[in-house]
Design a protein around this ligand. Structure first.
Ligand SMILES: [Zn+2]
Length: 227
């Protein structure tokens, strides 16, 4: 491997269902390795705001109420990857979602001699995730977070912080919705898992442990994948 190849920006893909802590882990990787997290939504908004050709194309499509094509997203990503803050590496979140997009991404990276260093899958235990997410509630008064199993207030129904007695739950945090969200995630992600597995870049980490344990795992994976 030449020095030139070694200094190419690292490209990581994070795969994980909602609630697996992907955002938290991405931020820790940003802090530790100087990478930049790129989420599709942020990329689109920034490109539209900057009025780049790809951004203007995306804007026209969105204003027509249509989905932004893979080609436009790839063009926006190409522009973004060339910016100086991405020099150390990027963490892609929310893209690719399909194997067609994964292939387009490989082509894009190939243009500059880059490649995916690792696609890291945050593995969760579905039943435990349902309990974790569906047990959450917050104080309506001050926003303090509680949990049926893991963090009850000292006096049931009364907020420890502000004494408020009105608690609220997000409607989409109920067990059934969480379970079907996980099912949809697995169905959508299975082809990508197979794709990156076939390329030899798939890594998985157990995302059910403590945040610091997961972060340590991820850092080890990234260090190996980029050296
Ligand atoms: Zn409160």
């Amino acid at each position: 491997m030449t020095t030139d190849v070694m200094t190419r920006p690292a490209v990581l893909i994070l795969l994980g269902p909602p609630g697996a802590g992907k955002g938290t882990q991405a931020r820790m990787l940003e802090d530790e390795f100087g990478y930049v997290q790129l989420s599709t939504g942020d990329l689109l908004r920034a490109a539209v705001a900057a009025g780049t050709p790809a951004g203007l194309a995306a804007k026209a499509v969105m204003e027509a109420g249509q989905l932004v094509s893979d080609e436009i997203v790839i063009n926006i990503l190409r522009d973004r990857l060339a910016e100086p803050d991405c020099a150390k590496g990027v963490i892609l979140d929310g893209f690719p979602r399909t194997t067609v997009q994964a292939e387009a991404l490989d082509d894009l990276l190939g243009e500059t001699g880059q490649k995916i260093n690792a696609a890291i899958s945050l593995e969760v235990d579905d039943a435990a995730m349902v309990e974790r997410i569906s047990g959450r509630y917050t104080c309506a008064g001050c926003g303090e977070g509680y949990h049926d199993s893991f963090k009850q207030p000292a006096k049931a129904g009364t907020c420890d912080k502000c004494g408020g007695t009105e608690m609220k739950r997000r409607a989409d945090d109920n067990a059934e919705t969480v379970a079907s969200r996980l099912e949809a995630y697995h169905a959508q992600t299975a082809p990508l898992i197979a794709y990156y597995g076939g390329k030899g870049v798939l890594k998985s980490t157990n995302a059910m442990g403590g945040i610091d344990d997961i972060a340590r795992d991820m850092a080890a994976i990234v260090t190996t994948a980029t050296s």
